[in-house]
Design a protein around this ligand. Structure first.
Ligand code: SF4
Length: 376
């Protein structure tokens, strides 16, 4: 598969009708200001010079603002600047992100005429209560209306959800996931809410009117959401904010479940539980073996091993093993875990991600009693 490249164009808060209580784009991404048309063209050329692939997998992505709420003239300026690259095939498509309340027939017709292919909606929650408490300025019905319209025009739809917003809880997050799935998006992103300096949430936090999730809660909820999306073949393309230089600058993250590799932590937890299930399956019909080998796809090694070998240590203790090894299996697909005992070189059992999700759905408790996430 050819690698996919995004040429990012950061338009901090451009078009946003107001600053949402949790958001300060100038603190979460590099503060380069709003690009003029000439700067946009220079940036595209610089990126194209460094990308060593043909244009059929190169996408230009406007992010950090509400694209469809920008003055139409400026939208035209940006989009027309990209047209020569689309025509020459150097860039294959354009992606924009925006708010659900700035989508209608006219807007979508306009985007279509300029070759936009993907629209990401900053939905954040499907709970009207949470949307209200977070002052988002639209309701759940706006999200359904916008998403259906986007799909009816043939755009790819991305849905961004946040967890840990004011008024939110685990049950709301799971319901938001279920509602998002009914819209059949092509992709999803999940962001745990952080308290960023200079936001209204920061002031609420200082007055003790807002309590962020801790890392363990955020990982646990994201894990459940991630598996729900996977079950429905919806790609989760990001979990957790990108740990850019600006975000990591001292004083920018005030509180909240930040980790520079948040998505990796979530997936490590999934692999840990999936391995537990494989071991339990083996133990159902066999005497527990003191020595096991787990097999995974080579790109899943780090997720199976866990941060600082956390998963291996956990499995070793919990399953009372003398030794546990991880090996790659060249025929495995991603997200698969297999098991062999002793020095066997072929797996005796294999559990794909879909089979693992089915097992969990059957409410069969994992006999190894997986505890809550415990990274620290
Ligand atoms: S969350 Fe989105 S709409 Fe709200 S201020 Fe940030 S970029 Fe703008």
């Amino acid at each position: 598969m050819k690698p996919h490249y995004n040429i990012p164009v950061f338009i901090p808060h451009l078009g946003c009708p107001f600053q949402c209580i949790f958001c300060n784009q100038n603190k979460i991404a590099s503060n380069r200001g709003i690009p003029a048309r000439a700067e946009l063209i220079t940036s595209i050329n610089e990126h194209l010079d460094t990308i060593r692939t043909s244009g059929d997998n190169i996408e230009l992505a406007f992010f950090g603002g509400s694209f469809t709420a920008i003055d139409r003239k400026l939208q035209e300026e940006y989009l027309s600047a990209v047209q020569p690259y689309l025509k020459s095939g150097q860039i294959s498509s354009i992606r924009i992100s925006t708010r659900p309340d700035y989508i209608d027939n006219n807007i979508l017709q306009f985007l279509l005429s300029y070759g936009v292919k993907t629209i990401e909606l900053g939905v954040q929650s499907f709970s009207d209560e949470v949307l209200k408490a977070s002052c988002r300025g639209y309701s759940c019905s706006d999200v359904f209306k916008a998403s259906r319209l986007i799909k009816s025009f043939g755009f790819k739809l991305g849905i961004q959800l946040m967890i840990g917003l004011p008024g939110d809880n685990h049950a709301f997050d799971m319901e938001s996931t279920r509602q998002a799935i009914t819209l059949a998006p092509d992709m999803a992103r999940i962001y745990p809410t952080l308290v960023i300096a200079g936001t209204a949430l920061h002031r609420l936090f200082e007055r003790q009117k807002y309590k962020p999730l801790d890392l363990s809660e955020a990982v646990t909820t994201c894990k459940e959401m991630f598996l729900q999306f996977q079950q429905h073949d919806i790609a989760v393309i990001r979990m957790g904010l990108h740990p850019g230089e600006e975000l990591l600058s001292p004083g920018n993250i005030i509180a909240g479940p930040f980790h520079p590799a948040f998505g990796e932590l979530v997936e490590q937890e999934v692999f840990k539980e999936q391995a537990c299930r494989v071991i339990a399956k083996y133990n159902e019909d066999n005497e527990s073996s003191g020595q096991l080998i787990l097999f995974v796809h080579k790109q899943d090694m780090s997720k199976m091993i866990g941060h600082q070998k956390n998963n291996l240590l956990y499995l070793k203790n919990q399953c009372q093993l003398r030794d546990i090894k991880i090996k790659t299996n060249p025929v495995y697909e991603r997200d698969t875990v297999g098991l062999a005992v002793g020095n066997e070189s072929e797996p005796l059992f294999t559990l794909t991600r879909k089979e693992f999700i089915e097992l969990r759905k059957g409410n069969q408790a994992c006999p190894t009693h997986l505890p809550e996430f415990s990274f620290f």
